[in-house]
Design a protein around this ligand. Sequence first.
Ligand code: SF4
Ligand code: SF4
Length: 183
Amino acid sequence: MSKLTKAEEEAQKNETVLRTTELDPKFKYEISKLPGAEKVNVCFQCGTCTADCPIARFDDFYRPRKLIRMTQLGLKERLLSDDVIWLCSTCFTCIDHCPQDVGIASIVRALRNLTVAHGHMPAGYVAQVSNILKTGYAYIISDMRLKKRQQKGLPPPPKANLKNIAKLFDITGFSKALEKVET
Ligand code: SF4
Ligand code: SF4
């Protein structure tokens, strides 16, 4: 591969330059085989999803339309190394409004699954997974909170069946995928 000039390096860092060597033409087919991502190739880039996405409203980088275009172009490495795909809140607003029924949230989920299969998951998610395995809850409920519940006459939160959670992790293949994740 030819060496990049300083200007090219800067442009690439800002994602303003595309090099043909970065494009994986098979990627859109790879993704479209994953459940929920079958319609990735029918997106015609109208931008409705981005206009209506609550995350795009508050984040300068998260643009669902752009994620779909990057997938169509085959920018696999950029997509799978970019933590921006973890910002989607799966609110499904884009799914309700897309004129092509593309199923963006499901495609983002497919991208995340692929990222995990490649051994990457943001630290915050790794911590949540570990909390779920230990307690059944994504966040550890502090003693202070439990005490406050008690003071207000509320019952303690239901106890999770940790055995079943572990079984679920195994059956879905998530436990195996987690073994590959670098922390
Ligand atoms: S709304 Fe649908 S067709 Fe329009 S850009 Fe988003 S995914 Fe593509
Ligand atoms: S599901 Fe994700 S991409 Fe779609 S509108 Fe909600 S936050 Fe945005």
